[in-house]
Design a protein around this ligand. Structure first.
Ligand SMILES: Cc1ncc(COP(=O)(O)O)c(C=O)c1O
Length: 382
C-alpha cells in the first residue's frame, strides 16, 4: 500500500538523518571472532560471556537432542509440547538459584512480558529502575498498573516513590535489572529487598547478564552473600549460550505462572535441542568456577588499564555522547580489528550513546590490553 510505504520511508529518513537508523548486519561468529562486512574482527560485542554457545559439549547435547526428539517442541507446554527436557532444565535452574521451582519461557523478553502482568494489574503499583531493560518496561505497561520510575540505582528515590504511591494500591512490585545491560553495574539488591519488605512489595530482578558471570555464576542475588529476591528472572541467551527466558521462584508462584502467564500459555515450548544445550551449559557453569570467573577478570583488566571505575560485570560502557560520535568510535576500532558496536538512543538515554564492551572467558589478555591501548589513544585521546 502506498501510504504504508510512504509512512515507513518518511520515518526511516528521519532516523537516517539523526544517525539512528539500524541495520541487522550479517555476522558469522566463530568463538571470539566475528566476520562482518567482509572483515574478520575480534568481537567485544557478544553476550556469549562464557563462549558456551559453541562449546563442544553444549553443541553435542543439542545435536543428540535433535536426533532423539526433533527440532521443535511441536506445541505449547500446556498442550503436547511439554518435553521431559523442559522439566530437567527447570529443576536445574531452580537448584542454581536456590528456589523451589522455575519456569522457562520462549525468551527473556517473553518472560518479563508474561510474569509482570500475571502478578500485577490496574489497581497495583510497579516501581522500576529507570535504566531497566525494555522488556521490564514493556511488561509493566502491559500490566496496566501505575508505573513509577526511580533514578538509576537510587534507593532513596525508590523509597520516595513507594512512600508517595504505595498506599491505596493493592499489590506492589519493584523491578530492576540485576546487572544493567548497557552500564554493567549491579542493582543494590540487598537494599531493594529491605525496601520491598518494608513496603510489602515483591522484588523482581532481571539477571540476564548476571547468570554465569557474577556471584560465582549464580547471578546478582549472590554477589554479597545471598539476598532475598523472590522473583529471579533471566535469560538463557547470554552466558548460558542457548536461548529462552526463565523465572526462578517459589513453587506456588511458578504453578501460578503455568496457569496465568500469557506468554507461557500461548506460545510454543522451547525447542528440545535448545533446552538440552542449556542443561549442558549449566553443567559447565556449576562445575567450573575458575572458568566462570574469567569474563569479570577480563573486564577488570580493561577497566584497570584505562583507569575506569572497576568493572562489576562483563559489561563495560565507554560513554561518548551523541550517536554520530559513537558510530565514528566504533569505526575507528574496526580499523584496528575490533568489533565493538555503537549503542545509541533509544536503547540508551539521549546524549549517552556509547561503546559497550562485553568481555568473554576466551578473550586473550594480550588482546584486552591492546584494545585498552587503542581506546585510550583513539577514542579517549589521552
Ligand atoms: C536485562 C535484559 N533482560 C532481558 C533481555 C531479553 O532477553 P532475550 O534476549 O532472551 O529476549 C535482555 C537482552 O536481550 C536483557 O539485556
Amino acid at each position: 500500500m502506498r501510504s504504508l510505504d510512504e509512512f515507513a520511508g518518511e520515518k526511516l529518513g528521519v532516523l537516517e538523518r539523526a544517525k539512528l537508523r539500524r541495520t541487522p548486519w550479517v555476522t558469522a561468529r566463530a568463538g571470539i571472532w566475528a566476520e562482518c562486512g567482509g572483515q574478520r574482527l575480534l568481537s567485544f560485542s557478544c553476550n556469549d560471556y562464557l563462549n558456551l554457545s559453541q562449546h563442544p559439549e553444549v553443541v553435542a547435547a543439542a545435536i543428540a537432542a535433535t536426533r532423539l526428539y526433533g527440532v521443535g517442541a511441536g506445541a505449547s507446554r500446556l498442550v503436547t509440547g511439554n518435553h521431559p527436557l523442559h522439566a530437567e532444565l527447570e529443576s536445574r535452574l531452580a537448584r542454581l538459584k536456590g528456589t523451589e521451582a522455575a519456569c522457562i519461557f520462549g525468551s527473556g523478553y517473553l518472560a518479563n512480558t508474561g510474569i509482570i502482568p500475571a502478578l500485577v494489574g490496574p489497581r497495583d503499583l510497579i516501581v522500576v529502575d529507570e535504566l531497566s531493560h525494555a522488556c521490564i518496561h514493556a511488561g509493566a505497561k502491559l500490566s496496566g498498573a501505575t508505573v513509577k520510575l526511580y533514578r538509576h540505582v537510587d534507593i532513596a528515590d525508590a523509597e520516595a516513590q513507594l512512600t508517595a504511591h504505595r498506599s491505596g494500591k493493592k499489590r506492589a512490585l519493584i523491578a530492576t535489572d540485576g546487572v544493567f545491560s548497557m552500564d554493567g553495574d549491579l542493582a543494590p539488591l540487598a537494599a531493594l529487598s529491605e525496601l520491598a519488605q518494608r513496603f510489602d512489595a515483591w522484588l523482581l530482578s532481571d539477571d540476564a547478564h548476571g547468570i554465569g558471570v557474577v556471584g560465582g555464576g549464580r547471578g546478582s542475588s549472590f554477589t554479597n552473600g545471598e539476598c532475598d529476591v523472590p522473583l529471579q528472572m533471566g535469560t538463557l541467551s547470554k552466558a548460558v549460550g542457548a536461548y529462552g527466558g526463565y523465572l526462578c521462584a517459589s513453587r506456588a508462584v511458578i504453578d501460578f505462572m503455568y496457569t496465568r502467564a500469557r506468554t507461557f500459555i500461548y506460545s510454543t515450548g522451547l525447542p528440545p535441542p535448545v533446552v538440552a544445550a542449556a542443561v549442558a551449559a549449566l553443567d559447565i557453569i556449576e562445575s567450573q568456577p575458575a572458568y566462570v570467573a574469567q569474563p569479570l577478570r577480563k573486564a577488570r583488566l580493561f577497566t584497570r588499564a584505562l583507569n575506569l571505575p572497576e568493572a562489576q560485570s562483563a559489561i563495560v560502557p565507554v560513554i561518548v555522547g551523541d550517536a554520530e560520535t559513537a558510530l565514528a568510535a566504533s569505526e575507528l576500532l574496526r580499523d584496528e580489528g575490533f568489533l565493538v558496536v555503537a549503542i545509541r538512543p533509544p536503547t540508551v538515554p539521549e546524549g549517552t550513546a556509547r561503546l559497550r564492551f562485553a568481555f568473554t572467558a576466551q578473550h586473550p589478555d594480550g588482546e584486552v590490553e591492546r584494545l585498552a591501548d587503542v581506546v585510550r589513544q583513539r577514542v579517549l585521546r589521552r
